[in-house]
Design a protein around this ligand. Structure first.
Ligand code: AMP
Ligand code: ZN
Length: 478
């Protein structure tokens, strides 16, 4: 068994990962707030989570990794926007209808990026989980770490800070905490750390659930942080192995998740490994809905860019590094991906006895142990995907047989998720022509007209015509 290492935000170190229960891994990913289309910054988080899950499965086996993700379908933003979109519906009906629409788009986007579906998908507004959240609020209250104020329930951070460390994922100056001051908003800066809301009092015209605490009727709805604590515990137990999210979730969301679980589930450390992906930036600023600098999968499609090119772009940067988005970088990634597809097709079509690929067991024997080991070392080293891609290129350039290269490359795609299989099975495209087209595009960009003409002749020899238009080359069958 190869060792796995991940950078753990909790210890701020790269550490060896060992599951709590031998051979089985449980992980939880903070899912989207479904009030809008996901932008490609959000989607970077899910590409990262998918790569992590695929890497864990590559090591522990498909069935031994349980991946849970929530859908935040009740919070300040979903309620606000559902009322605007469906003013004539009852509050709960409007919320359900509104969030279901955006959830549908979310899964469609993930599919286009070849992100697997989690084993368990939990909805925060599901009655079953609302009950779990209420149980957790009750436990925290009974333990003396929560209080009721104007019908809402708040977590007592100062009291918690006396016994436990508040500020595990980010540095917090606890002395600056304003005792007794509370905050209702789900998102706030660490400079404004205060008692946060566990349960929010019902507001007229907003969806709410019955709740009784300490003999008082408290109709209302859960705060954002309690949602993830309760759903994570419900699906994975406590403690569990890994929790993921974007770095903006470290505080307050994940810090508060820890505090709630420490008290409510009497668990010293609810999660063993906290993994956070860095942001996707545009001109140096985080891509975000509130900054109005975001792109969605629809925008990619409008430019006729294969969403998998974005996945390929994500693979080229470690998840722990910021990544600056430009259309040029995405186009270059698309070209790189096409080139890889052509290399895969070439291997397939030039391999004389390619009927063997249907025999999985036979195929497995052909996987290069040496390259598989190199690949494992890259992915197991905190998901070093740029290195893994370098191993792919090394493999393709090596002097292994076609068969070995092919089977090894396809094995790697279990992790990379670039959908090589579907490309091979697509008979409509001719890899040789596509490869020449890419070369000619490059030659034209470099104004190397002699090379471009040479490549044109080669394309024509294969029975195709080349037309140069203002949108680039158009190639058709003669
Ligand atoms: P939200 O739908 O806003 O709850 O966010 C979903 C996920 O996207 C969270 O894990 C965020 O941390 C993450 N996220 C938001 N903006 C970005 C960004 N620009 N780059 C990478 N991840 C992001
Ligand atoms: Zn969460």
């Amino acid at each position: 068994m190869n060792k796995l290492f991940f950078y753990n935000t909790l210890t701020r170190k790269k550490e060896e990962f060992k599951p709590i229960k031998k051979g089985r891994v449980g992980l939880y990913t903070c899912g989207p707030t479904v009030y809008n289309y996901a932008h490609i910054g959000n989607l970077r988080s899910y590409v990262f989570a998918d790569l992590l899950v695929r890497t864990l499965r590559y090591n522990y086996g498909e069935k031994n990794v349980k991946w849970a993700m929530n859908i935040t379908d009740v919070d300040d933003k979903t309620i606000r926007d559902s009322k605007i979109k469906y003013p004539d519906l009852a509050a709960m009906a409007a919320l359900k209808k509104f969030t279901a629409e955006f959830e549908k788009y979310f899964w469609e986007d993930l599919k286009k990026l070849n992100i697997n579906k989690p084993n368990v998908i939990t909805h925060a507004a599901d009655k079953k989980y609302i009950g779990k959240m209420q149980d957790l609020v009750t436990k925290i209250f009974k333990a003396g770490f929560a209080y009721i104020k104007d019908g809402s329930v708040y977590f007592d951070v100062a009291k918690y800070g006396q016994k436990h460390k508040y500020g595990l994922l980010v540095e917090i100056d606890v002395s600056k905490l304003k005792t007794g001051a509370s905050v209702d908003a789900d998102e706030y800066e660490k400079e404004n750390a205060q008692d946060f809301v566990l349960w929010k009092v019902e507001k007229p015209g907003e969806p709410s659930w019955e709740f009784k605490l300490n003999g008082q009727k408290l109709p209302g709805r859960p705060g954002w942080h309690i949602e993830c604590s309760a759903m994570g515990q419900a699906e994975l137990g406590m403690p569990f192995d890994i929790h993921t999210g974007g770095i903006d979730l470290k505080f307050p969301h994940h810090e508060n998740e820890i505090a709630q679980s420490v008290i409510g589930y009497e668990c010293e450390s609810p999660v063993k490994f906290w993994l956070h992906n860095e942001h996707l930036l545009v001109d140096g600023q985080r891509m975000g809905k509130r900054f109005n600098n975001f792109y969605t999968i629809k925008d990619l499609k409008a430019k006729d860019i294969d969403p998998l090119a974005y996945r390929f772009l994500c693979l080229q940067t470690g998840y722990g590094k910021t990544m600056n988005f430009t259309w040029e970088a995405l186009k270059a990634a698309e070209e790189g991906l096409k080139h890889l597809y052509n290399q895969a097709k070439q291997l397939y079509f030039l391999w004389p006895e390619n009927n063997g690929i249907n025999n999985i067991e036979e195929g497995k024997k052909k996987i290069s142990k040496k390259f598989n080991q190199k690949f494992l070392e890259a992915i197991n080293n905190d998901l070093n995907m740029p290195k893994a891609l370098a191993v792919v290129q090394e493999l393709l350039k090596s002097n292994l047989t076609q068969e070995e290269k092919y089977t090894t490359l396809f094995k790697f795609d279990e992790v990379l998720g670039l959908n090589l299989n579907s490309i091979i099975l697509d008979p409509s495209s001719n890899w040789q022509v596509e490869e020449l087209k890419i070369g000619r595009e490059r030659a034209r960009k470099e104004k190397n007209w002699a090379e471009a003409d040479k490549l044109r002749l080669q394309i024509e020899k294969l029975g195709y015509m080349v037309e140069d238009t203002k949108d680039g080359q158009r190639i058709s069958k003669k």
